[in-house]
Design a protein around this ligand. Sequence first.
Ligand code: FAD
Length: 324
Amino acid sequence: MSETYLVFAEHRGGKLRQVTLEALQAAAVAADDGGVRIAAVLIGHNAGALAEALAGYPVSDIHVIEDASLEHYNPEAYLHALAELCGAVRPVAVFLGHTALGRDLAPALAARLKAGQLSDVIAVERSGDETVFTRPLYAGKAFEKKVFRGTPWIVTVRPNNIPPAAVGGLATANVAKHDYTAPSSLRTIVKDVVRQTSGKVDLTEAKIVVSGGRGVKSSDGFKPLEELAELLGGAVGASRGACDAGYCDYALQIGQTGKVVTPEIYIACGISGAIQHLAGMSQSRIIIAINKDPEAPIFKVADYGIVGDLFEVVPLLTEEFRKA
Ligand code: FAD
């Protein structure tokens, strides 16, 4: 019987998250056309409706675990559902996005399955008979390459690093629905999730991030940044300095204790560039820093630096982009 790699198909608001396609691609590279079956699992209320969204991608089997009680992410319930499926399917590898959910679920699943785990993978390659995973260390100052010894193993992939899987190549996937009964041992039940952020673009998946630091000076100071982000189809982020000062919500915080982002373009406005902030954004493709202090450490990691007052520079950029 062929081996199976299982991809946790994360979704939100009735849509697959982009990182699901990136995890699929990671699985496809690791499988290396070596007769490995790639399966995906959709968990949630009405999750089966998303099976169609996976059509055409390199997936042989789509497992659907659907129940009203799974509408919101509940670590215990999702772990139970996923572990039961793993018991039935016996995947040798499980791929998840390195999202808030994936970061929570993967280690719990690894403990349950007694699996090896690698988090925050940014590249997957085949070398001889081995699959080699790369992950950043020390805020991107170093990278380690790792291989697994033994199975099963679990990988989380950092959003926006591995190119998404492309449609094509495979016949229609088999869709298998699985019953779900909440275990009586559940200690928590999620009644509702109240969203606080109003951003249209998910920060961790945004191609462009415009971030503000303590230099924005107030919550109103974020307005020019929001305007620029909206014009560019990007998302707004922040340093912890800005969050601590109460200028914005902690949901926007980027860094060691916040979100990790890897956009095509990261525009840091009034952010000094502390190591803890760099931990969350230093892998961005292009970093543009706007800071009035020419000695600010952010310029050391920036591809382009503008020494100036953000309240002059950001509106000028917006004006120019609007003309383009
Ligand atoms: P500051 O360091 O105060 O920098 C403000 C910058 O704005 C300055 O460089 C200044 O020159 C510039 N400026 C001021 N006015 C203007 C203007 N008008 N125009 C242009 N530039 C201007 N930080 C994070 O960001 N994310 C984290 O996840 C995080 N986790 C942490 C975890 C731990 C355990 C610890 C100890 C710290 C953590 N921090 C984190 C905090 C971090 O050390 C810094 O304190 C924080 O990043 C500083 O935020 P800042 O750059 O906005 O503020």
